[in-house]
Design a protein around this ligand. Structure first.
Ligand code: GAL
Length: 422
């Protein structure tokens, strides 16, 4: 793995070399920095962070916000650097972690402080869904502040290309999806856009959910979950077929999503952070027109299910500026913070008491579905599998992209599950 400084933070704002932050900057500024670690540097994502940062800065003039974001969608690069920092006892003051198995790993490794007193002080148990609190707790201790709920299972599409291909609407099943991809191919447009390797693992979780159904998908992550069975085989065969229609891999999720909004590609399966990117004004997003330049539907075969994930912020043990981190967590927990962050981020608030009038267009659909759908946990974004398990899945998907060997992929996924699910 690259050394601590090899993967230098590259977010916007007031950077200093990692690990050197303390009181005072060169200009005699005596404010204490709060190092906030995330991977929200790119178009769309950075807008949400900026909105929350502005509130933090207004409310906490004694602190300086230090943006330690590390570029790279889904945080693969950020999480590698974070591990080095945590292992070297040089934690950021607060970092972004996914609720569920990913966060449970940091808790079990003893890296986080419990936040029960903050929860009591701010009465947070009343405002977050009980099921969500369960995902960030061990033995009654609560270890993070969830700032949002994202949806993984969204099919983004270009309405004009669908029309050109003779398609009446978004495909509702995996088989309909494959037929639609074939029709788009005949138009000469890219049927399905993809980004870097993690976006293919993201596609895989969606095809598995859509092919297997919610109960069978959820059962995979319970002890004894059967990754070697025929339902997984069928899902992987369909995944392999779908991948035949994929365009050239783009650098990350944004350029792949952009191919849809620009009228080059018909479909992209991506989380709803893509909505922030499509919709936000051109200084951060693409400023595209919803329903005209882009449209959405649940990914094929998953209607009625919300494949969820949640970004949450933590208090690492040994944070240099613990008070500053707590001040950040208070903003992240607040109604004001969540209602500033989420409409820009393309997510809905984790809090139950948000101002629903702020969530319009795609986000109104998301709020409605979150309140009524069945739930499934995202693989790629930390809910259902631990970090080591996800790394093994990522490796299996990467190999498959070269070999196209479905049986080999299933064996590797089965081995990964056996090694990681107790
Ligand atoms: C997810 C994260 C989202 C979004 C996405 C793309 O893992 O939870 O907030 O940033 O990656 O980078």
């Amino acid at each position: 793995m690259a050394g601590l400084l090899g993967l230098a933070a590259c977010g916007g704002g007031n950077q200093t070399p990692s690990g050197t932050q303390a009181t005072g900057a060169a200009g005699g500024d005596s404010k204490k920095q709060v190092e906030v670690f995330s991977w929200w540097t790119g178009p769309g994502e950075a807008d949400g962070l900026k909105a929350m940062r502005e509130i933090f800065e207004k409310q906490n003039t004694q602190f300086t916000f230090f943006d330690a974001a590390v570029a790279g969608g889904s945080g693969d690069k950020a999480k590698a650097l974070l591990k080095t920092k945590l292992d070297g006892n040089q934690p950021p003051d607060t970092f972004q972690g996914h609720a569920g198995a990913e966060l449970q790993g940091y808790i079990k490794d003893g890296k986080l402080e419990a936040l029960n007193s903050l929860y009591d002080e701010l009465k947070l148990k009343d405002v977050f869904p009980a099921q969500l609190i369960e995902q960030i707790s061990v033995d009654g201790q609560i270890y993070s502040v969830p700032v949002n709920i994202h949806r993984s299972n969204v099919l983004w599409f270009n309405p004009a290309i669908l029309k050109e291909a003779g398609l009446a609407g978004a495909p509702k099943s995996i088989d309909e999806f494959i037929a639609a991809l074939e029709k788009v191919k005949a138009t000469g447009k890219i049927p399905l856009s993809i980004g870097s390797e993690w976006t293919v693992a993201h596609l895989l979780e969606n095809v598995m959910l859509g092919s297997m159904g919610t109960d069978a998908y959820n059962a995979l992550f319970k002890p004894g979950g059967n990754w070697a069975g025929p339902e997984v085989t069928t899902a992987l065969q369909k995944f392999a077929k779908i991948m035949e229609y994929a365009g050239d891999p783009q650098d990350d999720w944004q350029p792949a999503a952009k191919q849809v909004a620009d009228g080059q590609a018909a479909f992209n399966i991506m989380g709803d952070w893509a909505y922030g990117y499509f919709h936000n004004p051109p200084d951060g997003g693409l400023g595209k027109a919803s329903k005209t330049d882009f449209d959405w539907a649940p990914s094929p075969g998953t209607e009625g299910t919300y494949m969820w994930l949640s970004d949450s912020f933590t208090l690492p043990k040994g944070a240099k500026n613990r008070d500053g981190a707590l001040a950040w967590l208070k903003v992240a927990a607040s109604k004001e913070g969540q209602d500033a962050f989420n409409p820009k981020k393309g997510s809905i608030p984790a809090r139950k008491d948000a101002d629903t009038s702020l969530y319009t267009d795609y986000l109104a659909d998301a709020l409605k579905d979150w309140g009524s759908n069945k739930l499934a946990g995202s693989i790629q974004h930390g809910v259902s599998v631990s970090q080591p398990h996800l790394a093994a899945i990522g490796e299996a998907v990467g190999l498959f992209m070269g070999t196209k060997d479905v049986a080999g992929l299933q064996k590797a996924l089965d081995d990964a599950a056996k090694a990681n699910i107790q």
